[in-house]
Design a protein around this ligand. Sequence first.
Ligand SMILES: Cc1cc2nc3c(=O)[nH]c(=O)nc-3n(C[C@H](O)[C@H](O)[C@H](O)COP(=O)(O)OP(=O)(O)OC[C@H]3O[C@@H](n4cnc5c(N)ncnc54)[C@H](O)[C@@H]3O)c2cc1C
Length: 421
Amino acid sequence: MNKSIHIIGTGLAGLSCAINLQKKNRKITLYEASSLCGGRCRSYKEKDFNCLLDNGNHLIIKAYKNTFNYLNKIKANKELLSNKKTFYPFVDIKKTEEWSVKPYSFILPWWLLINSHRPAKISFMDFIKSFKILFAKKNETVSQLLEKKSLIYKRFWKPFTIAVLNTHPDEASARLLTKVIIKTLFLKNDPLKPFVAKKSLSDSLINPAIKKILNEGGQIKCNKRLKKIIFENNFADEMIFNNEKVRIAKDEFVVLAVTPNVASKILPNLKVPKKTNCILNIHFKLNKKHKKIKLPENSFFVGVINGTVDWIFKKKNILSITISAANYLNKFDNNKISEIVWSDVKKTFNLGNIEKPKYKIIREKMATFVQSPKEIYKKPKMHTKYKNICLAGDWIDTGLPATIEGAITSGYNVANYINKI
Ligand SMILES: Cc1cc2nc3c(=O)[nH]c(=O)nc-3n(C[C@H](O)[C@H](O)[C@H](O)COP(=O)(O)OP(=O)(O)OC[C@H]3O[C@@H](n4cnc5c(N)ncnc54)[C@H](O)[C@@H]3O)c2cc1C
């Protein structure tokens, strides 16, 4: 008889779990609360723009090993886009300076030795001095270990920390950042090569997975919000959804691939990271007047230093701006935010007084949890006290930050565990 595996949540963690589960003698069902799959990595049809928009720009780097394995399995490895060479262009809008960081590593981060590969006016010795961060203690934040007034802080550590951890260096765990540094700056071949979805997040990362799951006999049920699980002894016995009840046999599994706040409501006494950080994305629809907007060396993105904006991405006539660790912007209305952001865009591309185009703002208020020393140690393991319930998501203790790679790795780990039973 086919045993059921019930996966709650169709974000990348849930999808990665489904993709990696062995299908023989198993019936796989995914349940999703909303009408769309993809969770925090999704696209939607924007009527006013007459196109598909992503909820936010997502950067993938070559070091995301499990993400590339997932893309291979869902046959979507050609659905990502990258620049030919590995480079991160930057503009300092206060000092009107431009440069590119070219972090091509091979075994060692030898790019640090080459002047033109480092951020402008940053020496090799500046990097050596700041590598004391590699010896961070458990409770130290990034800012506690670096000189905040230094140029290397402004031009490298601050944007790097915010991009990787969606947390300001004043709060971000230096230990967690160190793990990322070791994985990305050392022992790898070109690990920081950046990629984005070619057409949309859904086209690249979500729809091909859905297709594979359905083709292999799995089921995906949208608009099913899990409200409660009834337990018997240490087993999940029944799932109560908004519009359905599902009995669970003791040899079946429930994978809770939901957000931490939801998991902690469903599983009493589960300790999870609670404090969250917003990522704000604003999409501008460009027209003929904005022809002057050209990204450096035909890159698909540029980093902004000394502004409110962190990154600017361009895909055809859509200019998409990302501001991470953006809780401080939640007090402003959309019009005010669009003015602040457009002012940074004008400075970045020297646009003079050109009028602001049509825009859409997406505030993902719970984009990730705050990756501070206090919060990261609340990350639970995938096993729970219930014998047939496992946890997956970017907030599970995989040793990785809350990213696409963290989410996909956690789903993969749960699938591996279930496959062995
Ligand atoms: C704007 C933005 C930009 C980002 N940029 C990057 C980036 O550049 N690079 C990077 O690596 N990462 C980035 N991330 C992080 C990345 O998107 C997440 O780490 C990842 O998508 C999390 O996947 P997940 O499956 O763990 O969670 P989610 O995607 O949140 O999935 C959880 C799913 O569970 C569903 N659910 C919740 N409650 C219930 C319920 N009761 N019943 C049924 N279903 C339920 C939700 O609807 C959702 O579909 C970004 C995130 C955001 C928001």
